[in-house]
Ligand binder design. Structure first.
Ligand SMILES: [Zn+2]
Length: 266
């Protein structure tokens, strides 16, 4: 039986309580469908609850709705086994509960602490960043966007740009995501396959995201550059690179953005 038949489907989930009864709606090319599989166990339930507590799914769906003219139906699927990833064939972003649990485990085992950010918030931040990373793949696919360099790096870049532009504490969200990569890089020595992987090394993703956050607002984030150990040369590079990253993503996306899209606002 198709798993999705058991799933909760709606196009405007953010207007509905997740536990409520919703009528499946027809795919609408102007909206994103959100499909939430029923949790299979207590761990899945806790993962979903963590997302609900922070309105992670609702806010992400709302940002997609407010900003992007979708040329074809896009589905955000919570549940399943594989992911997180974007499946171009099904035009679906998959976010398994198991990944949310893995992020939770990683922050918990590392006893992650940051002033003003709880561990639970860090998990919610990192998942939001991953959703925007996957959205980047979806937009590149849907709009046929040109990308030079590694698409995975470009997707990380859009995540940082979108978080900063759309969330009041977007830089804090990006730092949580960057820190997750640092935690994931611990206790593992990169092997050959990591060097030729489509993704940059976790520790490189960590520093790239920190560099972009610092570069986007150097004054208040001087502490971050100091903590990361960035040299003066690198700090200047971070500022220049963020301007290029931000300008480039906006230039690519502008033809596909809704009128008055929040993404374009300073
Ligand atoms: Zn990716």
């Amino acid at each position: 039986m198709n798993k999705l038949l058991n799933s909760f489907v709606c196009s405007l989930c953010f207007f509905l309580p997740l536990s409520g009864v919703a009528q499946p709606s027809k795919p609408n090319k102007l909206s994103m469908q959100v499909v939430i599989d029923p949790p299979r166990n207590a761990e899945d339930k806790a993962a979903l609850q963590a997302m609900k507590d922070a309105r992670t799914i609702d806010q992400f769906a709302q940002h997609v709705k407010d900003n992007f003219v979708l040329e074809r139906a896009l589905t955000l699927h919570f549940g399943g086994e594989d992911g997180p990833h974007y499946d171009p064939e099904a035009s679906t972003i998959h976010m398994p509960y198991g990944f949310i649990q893995e992020v939770d485990d990683n922050f918990s085992k590392a006893r992650y602490q940051r002033p003003g950010v709880s561990r639970k918030e860090a998990i919610q931040h990192a998942i939001t960043a991953v959703l925007f990373h996957e959205l980047a793949h979806a937009l590149i696919d849907a709009y046929g966007l040109p990308i030079v360099g590694k698409e995975e790096d470009a997707a990380d870049g859009l995540a940082v740009v979108a978080l900063i532009r759309l969330y009041p504490k977007g830089r804090e969200l990006a730092i949580s995501a960057a820190d997750l990569y640092e935690i994931e890089s611990r206790d593992t020595t990169p092997e050959k396959e990591d060097y030729f992987d489509a993704h940059s090394l976790d520790i490189q993703r960590h520093y790239s995201m920190l560099c972009q956050v610092y570069g986007s607002d150097p004054g208040p984030y001087a502490w971050l550059a100091k903590k990361a150990g960035f040299t003066q040369d690198r700090r200047e590079g971070c500022e220049e690179e963020f301007v290029i990253l931000d300008d480039s993503w906006l230039a690519l996306l502008e033809p596909f953005l809704k009128k008055g899209a929040p993404l374009l606002k300073q």
